[in-house]
Design a protein around this ligand. Structure first.
Ligand SMILES: NC(=O)c1ccc[n+]([C@@H]2O[C@H](COP(=O)([O-])OP(=O)(O)OC[C@H]3O[C@@H](n4cnc5c(N)ncnc54)[C@H](OP(=O)(O)O)[C@@H]3O)[C@@H](O)[C@H]2O)c1
Length: 196
């Protein structure tokens, strides 16, 4: 999964249920990166979209605890795990604050639009620059539109950390229980050849 977000200088993302910025080029990029994919969002973010409807040409998955909630062009889910399965491994996490916090650990990439401004905010994204799990993979030049300056920055998990996780996995010995479920294959002559 990946996340896509537009943040202010102090990682603010919203105020009073609305976005902080409306940058045409950013919205175009958001559309490009999410078109024909699943997008996973919280009920509050859905209600901030035009008409409170799912985004066109996307499979919209919405998480809410309200059993009676319905909306146009939306698959409603009530549990995080249900939402993740509905969105699939290529799905995009598109906000807001609660949803980013919950699903960020499942993401292998975060597309951040960093705006060089600090309007007041009441909802925030975790500061990836202060999180050792994340590293910048690439950053764009700085753009400007209607007096606002911004930059696109892609974050990915730290390579070393990933390598360590893979090494730990490869070095881990299967438990007795796992061996019962996944017994060693019959290696026949091959095993005696290797002196097993
Ligand atoms: N800058 C950006 O890129 C960006 C992107 C998206 C949104 N935003 C902004 O973010 C703000 C909204 O964020 P938010 O954190 O207030 O709301 P949100 O994350 O969009 O939605 C929160 C809602 O999700 C549902 N939910 C959360 N955890 C759940 C769980 N475990 N089980 C079932 N339902 C669960 C609840 O809905 P119910 O109350 O119905 O149960 C909850 O009220 C807005 O200002 C919006 O404009 C910014």
């Amino acid at each position: 999964m990946f996340a896509i977000v537009c943040v202010s200088e102090n990682w603010g993302i919203g105020k009073d249920g609305n976005l902080l910025f409306h940058i045409k080029d950013d919205l175009r990029r958001f559309r490009e990166l999410t078109l024909d994919k699943s997008v996973l969002m919280g009920r509050k973010t859905l209600e901030s979209l035009p008409g409170g409807k799912g985004l066109p040409r996307r499979h919209n998955v919405v998480l809410t605890s309200n059993r009676d909630f319905t909306a146009e062009n939306v698959e409603v889910t009530h549990f995080p795990v249900e939402a993740v399965f509905a969105a699939g491994e290529d799905g995009a996490i598109i906000g807001g604050g609660q949803i980013y916090d919950m699903f960020l650990p499942l993401c292998d990439r975060v597309y951040v639009t960093k705006v060089f401004a600090s309007p007041e905010a009441d909802t925030f994204f975790p500061n990836l620059d202060e999180d050792p799990h994340w590293q910048v993979e690439c950053e764009s030049e700085i753009f400007e539109e209607d007096g606002l300056r911004w930059q696109y920055v892609d974050y990915v998990p730290h390579e070393e950390e990933e390598d360590e996780e893979i090494a730990a996995l490869l070095n881990s010995r299967p438990s007795e229980e796992t061996m019962e479920f996944y017994p060693m294959p019959d290696l026949g002559n091959f095993s005696s050849f290797h002196g097993f």
